[in-house]
Design a protein around this ligand. Sequence first.
Ligand SMILES: NC(=O)c1ccc[n+]([C@@H]2O[C@H](COP(=O)([O-])OP(=O)(O)OC[C@H]3O[C@@H](n4cnc5c(N)ncnc54)[C@H](O)[C@@H]3O)[C@@H](O)[C@H]2O)c1
Length: 377
Amino acid sequence: MKKVLVTGGAGYIGSHVVRQLGEAGYEVVVYDNCSTGVASSVLFGKLIVGDLADLDRLYQTFARHQFDAVLHFAASLIAPESVVNPLDYYANNTRNTLNLLRCCDAFGIDKLIFSSTAAVYGEPGLTPVTEGCPTAPINPYGRSKLMSEWLIQDAANASRLRYVILRYFNVAGADPGGRIGQLSANATHLIRVACDAALSRKPGVRIFGTDFPTSDGTGIRDYIHVEDLASAHLAALTYLEAEQPSQILNCGYGQGYSVRQVIDRVKAISGSNFSVIETERRPGDPACVKACANKIRQILKWQPQFDDLDTIVRSALRWELQRDNQLRKHPLVGAIAKRLHQPLILTAPDSLAVMPDTDDVELSYWSSPSINYELAQ
Ligand SMILES: NC(=O)c1ccc[n+]([C@@H]2O[C@H](COP(=O)([O-])OP(=O)(O)OC[C@H]3O[C@@H](n4cnc5c(N)ncnc54)[C@H](O)[C@@H]3O)[C@@H](O)[C@H]2O)c1
C-alpha cells in the first residue's frame, strides 16, 4: 500500500483529500498542529499532532514512515491578517515549506503536491487567468505562497523531486456525504458568509462594490467545489506516479458567478431573505477573476463532477446546519433541511473534536469519526 504524508490534513481542504486518499486505498499520515484544523475531520489514517516549525519532530516522522509522496496543505491563509502579521505568514508558509523540503530532500521524496493560490496572480489584468500570466501578489499571504512555489521549483531543479503546484481559485462547499466541511470560525468567503446570514448567525451580507464593469455590477469569481478540488489532488498524484514532469496548474472551473448571483442562490435555496447592504469597492478587488482551466483538464484528465453553483451552495448549507449544535435547536433548521431534500447527519462532528491536552502525542484512529483514540507511543 502506498503511504503518503499530508500536512494540514485536519483542515478544510486537506481533510477532503485525506478522505478521498483513504477511499482510494492509500495509507495516510496527517501531520497537523490543529491550529485551525480538528482531529475529528481526519476520517482516514493516522494523525500526528505536530508543527512544521518543529524540524526535529518532522524529521522523526519522515524517519519512522517511508513516504511515497507528500501533499502540503498546512498554512496560514487569511489575506488581511497577513498584512497585519506578515512575518508570521512568511514563517508559517515559506519557512515551514523550507523545513518540509529539507526532509523531502533528506529522505529522497520524489513526489510533492503543493496547495498554492490564485492570490499569486494579484490583480490579474486578463481573465480567464492562465498559468502563464504574470505573478504579482498584492499581500504577504500571496507572496509567502509564491516564495514557497519558488523554493519547491529550485529544490526540484537540484534533486529528483517532481511536483504539481495547484493554484486554487475560490474553494467552497463540503463533503457530499456530510461528514466534513469548513470549520474555521473566521472564514470570510462569500458563500460561507451568505450561509451564515441565511442561518441567522449574521445579520446580513455586505456587497463590496456594485459598479464593476460586469453584467450586474458586482464582482465575479470562479467557485470550485472542495470535492472536485480534492479529486484534482488524486489525479495529480496519479500523474506524478506515472513519472510525469512537474507542473503548475490552475484549479477552477473557468466559469464565474457574480456576488449577486451567489447571494440570490443562497436566498432561494435556503428560503431566507436576509438583508444585503451595498458598500464601496475594497481596494485591490478586481472585477472578474476566472481561471483558465484548460491545462489541468488536459494534463491531469481531471473531470469535475460538482461544477454547479446550486450544488456548491446546497452542500455548504447542509454542512453549516449540521456542524452547529446550537443551530439545530433553531426552528429554521427543519425548514431549510426540507428544502435541501437531503438528510442531515446529526451526530455532530464538532462534538467529537476531543483532543488530549498535550500536543506531543501521536493519535491513530481509523475510518470513522466515532472516535476511538489509540495512543501510538
Ligand atoms: N480555502 C481556500 O479558499 C484556499 C484558497 C487558495 C489556497 N488555499 C490553500 O489551501 C491550503 C489549505 O487551506 P484550508 O482552507 O484547508 O485551510 P485550513 O486552515 O482549514 O487548513 C490548514 C491546516 O494546516 C494546519 N496548520 C497550519 N499551520 C501549521 C503548522 N505550522 N504545522 C502543522 N499544521 C499546520 C492547520 O491546523 C489546518 O488543519 C492552504 O495552503 C491554503 O493556502 C486555500
